[in-house]
Design a protein. Structure first.
Lengths: 205, 205
DNA sequence: GCACCTGTTTGAACGCCGTTCAACATAAAA
DNA sequence: TTTTATGTTGAACGGCGTTCAAACAGGTGC
């Protein structure tokens, strides 16, 4: 078999093994030696395929971002909301979809925000674009909700609304055990996103 | 000198050294050997004073939470807001104070949310109380804003509002370089918190 | 002074980590 | 077959948190 094909296959197997490991035991459980043993190659081979473990983690997180994006997109109750009411409902539904994804894929979702590159390295372009795509999903319903807003302002606001939802989900999921149930969390999230959307429509003081 | 006194002094010196290290170079730069060298003791001595490095980190983060709490508290433009308008302004001011603290103490602030205990260990009570105190600062103005709400509901909502602000600050600070300036971030935060507060007062649909 | 005991302090050593690279295997060319 | 180029390997390196047998210091009785 050609070495190129071997490498491509191994690359795929490594990614799958890494995804499963992260999903099952969290980002901290991802170890080079363990991955090598799982896919049946040497430790060194990993570094022939990925420059370092960070690259493998980014590949895993990239796939998570894709799944997350698909989830949030498919949540839009109306594929193209036309009224402010529909747009509001779509935003609240997106927030709930984000929460449900975080709850159902906790380790994978946490890995996205847990992982930190060394300060001198920076996230690759394809990864940044994936995140941007996620933000833009939020900005779309905002267009119906706030039609007079400039495009770049709406993009910024989309990021902020996403951040808002992320904050509630993030701190909520992190101390799930002992304090609040998933149902209570979903309720709180709906209260907050609902209020935020109403407030954005209301005239500013 | 009595060993007890020596230990107490060393405990203090270790905490200060750890704080400075985290503030200057971030949580990841905190190493046992380095701390020992800085305060002039052996590595082992650290483990006679703190059970492990997690405990030292929690001590550092505890002090950060205290400073943060003081900052947010002192931000209340009116020490005891009496009108809904004052309460709204107080909440927006608190959010801005939170942002300013995060910007001015980035590494220390990041350390709070970056640090993760092993899943089998859990945060000590005094640490949880510090966080609870922070949330309660938000809940206080909510009392004027939503006087009819039950106490425990208000506490929950306080946590959610805090989470909201935290989300915007968190994702905002993490990609500060290249995209948005601190001023833009502050503006975005004000837009979001303002809208949220307005929405909470408006009748729910 | 010395010997004894008791609690404290020490830093080499352990196990685990990401990463490297001289040595080895394999395939292609001569 | 021999030589060359290319791909693969896993022991070894440096660094990490943590431990614990051994060295140490302080007090007590002689």
């Amino acid at each position: 078999m050609k070495p190129d094909k071997r490498r491509a296959e191994l690359r795929q197997r490594l990614l799958e093994a890494a995804e499963q490991k992260v999903a099952a035991e969290g980002l901290d459980a991802l170890k080079a030696r363990d991955m090598a043993a799982t896919v049946g190659c040497s430790v060194g081979q990993i570094y022939n395929i990925y420059p370092d473990l960070d690259a493998l983690i980014l590949a895993v997180n990239g796939r998570t971002l894709e799944k997350l994006g698909a989830m949030v997109t498919s949540s839009k109750q109306t594929t193209a909301p036309s009224s402010p009411e529909e747009a509001s409902a779509a935003l609240v539904a997106q927030a709930d979809a984000y929460l449900q994804f975080a709850l159902n894929n906790r380790n994978r979702w946490q890995a996205i925000f847990q992982h930190r590159l060394a300060t001198d390295k920076q996230q690759p372009d394809w990864y940044l674009e994936l995140k941007e795509k996620l933000f833009s999903h939020v900005a779309a319903p905002l267009q119906i909700l706030l039609p007079d807003m400039a495009v770049e302002d709406r993009a910024r606001l989309g990021r902020s609304v996403f951040s808002t939802v992320h904050g509630v989900v993030s701190l909520g999921v992190e101390e799930l055990l002992g304090r609040q149930s998933p149902a209570e969390l979903a309720e709180q999230l709906e209260v907050v996103t609902g209020a935020l959307v109403r407030g954005l429509q209301a005239p500013s003081s």
